[in-house]
Write a protein that binds this ligand. Structure first.
Ligand code: ADP
Ligand code: MG
Length: 279
């Protein structure tokens, strides 16, 4: 005697690995009968639950894999504090299209202006879209690669950096790299470029100073920049450190006070003019 389909369903779901659908099968059947669902509504309900749970697990794994130093979100970013940032551009990046287009995003500017915050926030969004993201400070990344090279496992370590859909390299230029370290950073940039895999990078150094970043090797610096900038969006942030602003708001003294614009009267003129940083 053949087994009726009703009885086959649980075993089939189990065999197919649709564990969430299996867990919800009885409840879905009862609800479908009580609310007179169509067959397609019933099937859609079960499969949607399965997919939602799979996505949740993927995102959870993506977050573990990403090694974000902390969680930062775009909603927490106060755009009014950093008027040189084009909000619409950041919103466009938040759609994730730059990842599919293989476009690099480079945040430049002095410390404390939100470069790392924005890089992490974009990484978080991409991880939530279901893609692998990997975050590393530049110096940690090259030191891990150097160690891997010494242990004869450079290829595997390099794969960890070239495979993820998005690589975030933070703080390029904060510490000067030695020649071997600079060459490893170059290899990462070059390999991702060849695979059209995007990088989000932050640096406090203007491109003109990048030869210092690459162990005073202008040829390596320009070859790295060439690849990074080929398909890229550069976001140059100018402004005051957010931390310092917050401190000033809280009333503590500023260790690096900004020169204040001063007003003075110009001789032979009845007009008062604004003179910024006049000695
Ligand atoms: P950078 O990488 O440019 O040195 P960070 O992104 O590390 O700066 O910012 C320093 C701190 O200030 C972080 O805690 C960050 O979340 C916060 N921060 C910076 N800019 C903003 C901003 N515009 N709105 C909210 N928080 C900010
Ligand atoms: Mg930073």
């Amino acid at each position: 005697m053949s087994i009726p389909y009703e009885q086959k369903a649980p075993a089939a779901l189990d065999q197919l690995g649709l564990t969430v659908a299996l867990t919800h099968l009885d409840q879905a059947c009862q609800q479908a009968a009580a609310e007179a669902w169509s067959y397609s509504h019933f099937l859609g309900y079960l499969l949607d639950g399965e997919l939602a749970e799979r996505h949740r697990k993927t995102v959870q794994l993506n977050f573990q894999f990403a090694h974000f130093p902390c969680l930062k979100r775009l909603e927490e970013f106060e755009f009014s504090a950093q008027p040189t940032i084009d909000r619409r551009l950041i919103d466009e990046l938040a759609t994730g299209r730059f990842v599919h287009d293989g476009r690099n995003i480079i945040f430049l500017g002095p410390p404390g202006i939100g470069k790392t915050h924005l890089a992490i926030a974009l990484g978080v969004l991409i991880a939530e879209m279901g893609h692998r993201v990997y975050f590393s400070a530049a110096i940690d990344m090259v030191r891990r690669l150097a160690k891997a090279m010494a242990d004869n496992r450079l290829h595997r370590e390099m794969n960890n950096l070239t495979r993820p859909k998005l690589l975030i390299i933070d703080e390029v230029g904060y510490l000067a790299l030695e020649t071997a370290e600079a060459s490893l950073l170059f290899q990462v940039i070059s390999q991702r470029y060849e695979r059209q895999q995007p990088i989000v990078l932050t640096s406090n150094k203007a491109f003109a100073d990048w030869s210092h970043v690459f162990a005073s090797d202008p040829i390596m610096a320009s070859a790295a920049l060439d690849r990074l900038l080929h398909r890229s969006t550069v976001i140059n942030i100018r402004g005051d450190s957010y931390r310092m602003k917050e401190k000033r708001k809280a009333g503590s003294p500023d260790p690096n006070p900004q020169p204040q614009p001063r007003r003075r009267r110009v001789p032979d003129s009845s007009k008062e003019v604004l003179i910024v940083n006049d000695p």
